[in-house]
Design a binder for this molecule. Sequence first.
Ligand SMILES: O=C(O)c1cc(=O)[nH]c(=O)n1[C@@H]1O[C@H](COP(=O)(O)O)[C@@H](O)[C@H]1O
Length: 243
Amino acid sequence: MNPLVGDFARPAAPAPVIVALDFADAAQTLAFVRGLDPAQCQLKIGKELFTATGRALAEQLMAQGFKLFLDLKYHDIPNTVAQACKVAAQMGVWLLDVHAGGGRRMMEAAAEAVAGFAERPKLLGVTVLTSMEAADLRELGWADEPQTLVRRWAALAQDSGLDGVVCSAQEAQMLRQDAGADFLLVTPGIRLADGAGGDDQRRVMTPEQAVAAGADYLVMGRPITRAADPAAVLRQVNAAVRA
Ligand SMILES: O=C(O)c1cc(=O)[nH]c(=O)n1[C@@H]1O[C@H](COP(=O)(O)O)[C@@H](O)[C@H]1O
């Protein structure tokens, strides 16, 4: 086969950065998104923005060509989570998440709820939040180190039919080995090597480290949204991780 034809036929790898739109209203969000290109990043709507704007803004951003991670981290009884996942799947979002701590029956119900959709969202299990460290777990009664719990919950998420997990990039290498190439690893807690603080994050890594460790997607909020030139930071991260 002509290698050139092969190259043209192969779809471009999706942009690895998911920008967390942690804004308070639609106007601010739309003004920010105007500077972004769907070929260079994906978008995430979480609890703050969704509570403020509901599905209208989510649908508007998808209509602009952005793939959307609806990050509402469902955590409830199996029936409630399954019904919420069904509604999210009807919206046409790309990624959707539930807390792995909701357990096997909750995750299985969520997976079953989205299974029937022709273009279903990929379903992720949130393992141990990247803002937590061992001391936080101990206070909650968990004697395990974060990575031990992440490993156990990721295995349970995979066994329950989920497509991947949200974890710290610090656990990505271990999970890639455990779960294989097709299991999605989405890693928040990304901080640039420029020395700026980790904010409330505890288990952090740089974009380059995260990708080298096996992360598929990097969730980045404040390092991009609070930058003087967000598009320039995104270009810099894309260049670094694709080098
Ligand atoms: O599910 C998430 O996206 C998530 C899981 C997690 O363990 N840690 C975490 O920070 N997040 C989200 O990732 C984003 C991180 O934002 P920054 O810390 O500003 O980069 C926020 O929107 C969080 O809600």
